[in-house]
Write a protein that binds this ligand. Structure first.
Ligand SMILES: [Zn+2]
Length: 163
């Protein structure tokens, strides 16, 4: 019994020494996203900030998970809720087979819906490539997200009125 009491006290002392620091908005945001999605959420916040856009408050009201979506043609969804956080679901089969860049593309697209309230944009350049990563994927334009087009697509994502 004596041993039990002292170990309880030890735990109390130990935990009081490690009071967590309050989370920054960026860290707070990550907590709502499944571990594997967090690197992309972090990059999204970084790219937004680089372009003078602060989405840290909005993103803390969004949550994200990886789950099987029962539709072969859908890689991700964003559901708007009025009473609970907006929710992003990324399809598990898509996730397991996609490159890091393509994963980012889909996560950013859904964040565009859920965080920025953007709808779809189906415009295309003269070469047929989509103007925006907010293209639905079922329109006529061709998705051309690559390391060389990434910067331009992110410029459009965060400042669509300039395009
Ligand atoms: Zn969409």
């Amino acid at each position: 019994m004596k041993g039990f009491i002292s170990s309880v006290m030890l735990i109390l002392i130990f935990s009081s020494c490690f009071d967590p620091e309050p989370f920054t908005p960026e860290q707070e945001a990550h907590l709502n996203f499944e571990q594997e999605l967090r690197v992309h959420v972090e990059n999204y916040l970084f790219e937004a900030e680089k372009r003078g856009i602060d989405v840290s408050e909005r993103i803390s009201e969004v949550q994200g998970v990886i789950n099987e979506i029962n539709d072969d043609n859908v890689a991700g969804t964003c559901t708007w809720h009025s009473q609970s956080p907006n929710e992003i679901v990324i399809d598990e089969s898509f996730w397991n087979n996609a490159s890091s860049l393509y994963r980012e593309f889909v996560v950013f697209h859904e964040l565009g819906h859920c965080v920025q309230d953007r709808g779809h944009r189906e415009d295309q350049f003269t070469n047929g490539n989509c103007v925006s990563i907010m293209a639905s994927g079922v329109g006529n334009c061709r998705t051309a997200y690559s390391t060389s087009t990434r910067e331009a697509y992110l410029d459009e994502l965060f400042n669509p009125t300039e395009f």
